[in-house]
Design a protein around this ligand. Structure first.
Ligand code: TYM
Length: 328
């Protein structure tokens, strides 16, 4: 089986975008790949985040993975900061990356345009992520559209390392889900649904209760064309169709057929109800698990032990190739 790696960063509460673009697919893929999933907590430090909030987010994201059906007996599930090799390989990645290519990362440029100050850590974010992937000899990296550029730079760095020091890293490939790779905001369907969001109505959080989900969908922005079609002129309607088809595992065309002749009210209600059916059992399991921190910590520990073994082996190989002396 091929090796699969992916992660989410605990900068906020997980959204329906994270679920449909990532976790839901991971759950299915873990049967067909040797899978490794991380809570990328070191990545969360690249923005100025309150320590209590970060701590809560780490527990919650880890517990959400389990509640959503990721299986710690089948897959390795761990926290990035528990495996110290991530910070070590990130330094090597930094030294191999050119300032110019890192400056071209869209996510960094967006932050730089928006935020008053950005940290060096934010600039180095893609190199930390490249190290995550390469430590585990990863072949496949499932991500949403927004992370694809980071997977590309990871490939470039790995190829550069291999050509400079000889075959070392496996070159990974990024894969994007057929539907759901970019879930948009409910109030602003031209912008992706993101964890860090000022307008609560724009986002469905996995922890939202059923009534909140209904309300948010009821308020979702549509248009005045009165037809249910997936097209550029109808970003709000198209986003609702994407959510519907992604949850029901049907094509967009079949989703359009399903809603033929129906009005926007019916579209919003049906989408809300299918989201509730999918998410509320996860939310219930999550609440239960969140009350059992020792259990979460035990699972984190098991995952980190398994991950560390693989990571150390790779890092020793890397250190030897570049001429560092291994301290055994
Ligand atoms: P993060 O936490 O921003 O997002 C986690 C995953 O969710 C996807 N995603 C979405 N998919 C569809 N629609 C959306 N609106 C949406 N928002 C987010 C993301 O594409 C991602 O797949 N840097 C990564 C975490 C990371 C990582 C890694 C990923 C760290 N190391 C190594 C893969 C491999 C991040 O910030 O994801």
């Amino acid at each position: 089986m091929e090796i699969l790696y992916s992660a989410t960063k605990p900068t906020g509460k997980l959204t329906l975008g994270n679920y449909l673009g990532a976790i839901k697919n991971w759950k299915e893929m873990q049967n067909n790949y040797n899978s490794i999933f991380a809570v990328a907590d070191l990545h969360a430090l690249t923005i100025n985040i309150d320590s209590k909030e970060l701590n809560d987010n780490i527990y919650t994201q880890f517990a959400t993975f389990i509640a959503a059906g990721l299986d710690p007996d089948k897959s390795i599930i761990y926290c990035q900061s528990h495996v110290k090799e991530h910070a070590e390989l990130a330094w090597i990645m930094n030294c191999l990356t050119y300032f110019g290519e890192a400056s071209r990362m869209t996510q960094f440029k967006d932050h730089k345009a928006k935020d008053k100050v950005v940290s060096v850590g934010l600039f180095a974010y893609p190199m930390l992520m490249a190290g995550d992937i390469l430590l585990y000899n990863t072949q496949v990296v499932p991500v949403g559209v927004d992370q694809m550029q980071h997977v590309e730079i990871c490939r470039d760095i790995a190829l550069r390392f291999n050509s400079r020091y000889g075959e070392t890293f496996v070159i990974p490939r990024g894969i994007i889900p057929k539907v759901g790779a970019k879930i948009m905001g409910l109030q602003n369907p031209l912008k992706k649904m993101a964890k860090s969001e000022d307008n609560d109505n724009n986002v469905i959080y996995i922890e939202d209760d059923d009534d909140t989900i209904r309300k948010k969908f009821k308020r979702a922005v549509t248009d005045s064309l009165n037809r249910i079609k997936y097209c550029d002129e109808q970003p709000g309607v198209s986003n609702l169709l994407t959510i519907y088809s992604s949850i029901n595992k049907i094509s967009i065309t079949d989703a359009e057929k399903h809603f033929e002749g129906k009005n926007y009210g019916a579209l919003k209600t049906e989408v809300a109800e299918c989201v509730i059916r999918e998410i509320s059992p996860i939310r219930e399991r999550l609440q239960e698990l969140k009350n059992n921190k020792p259990k979460i910590e035990e699972l984190m520990k098991k995952g980190a032990e398994k991950a560390s073994k693989i990571a150390r082996e790779t890092l020793n190989k890397v250190y030897a190739k570049i001429g560092l002396v291994i301290n055994r």
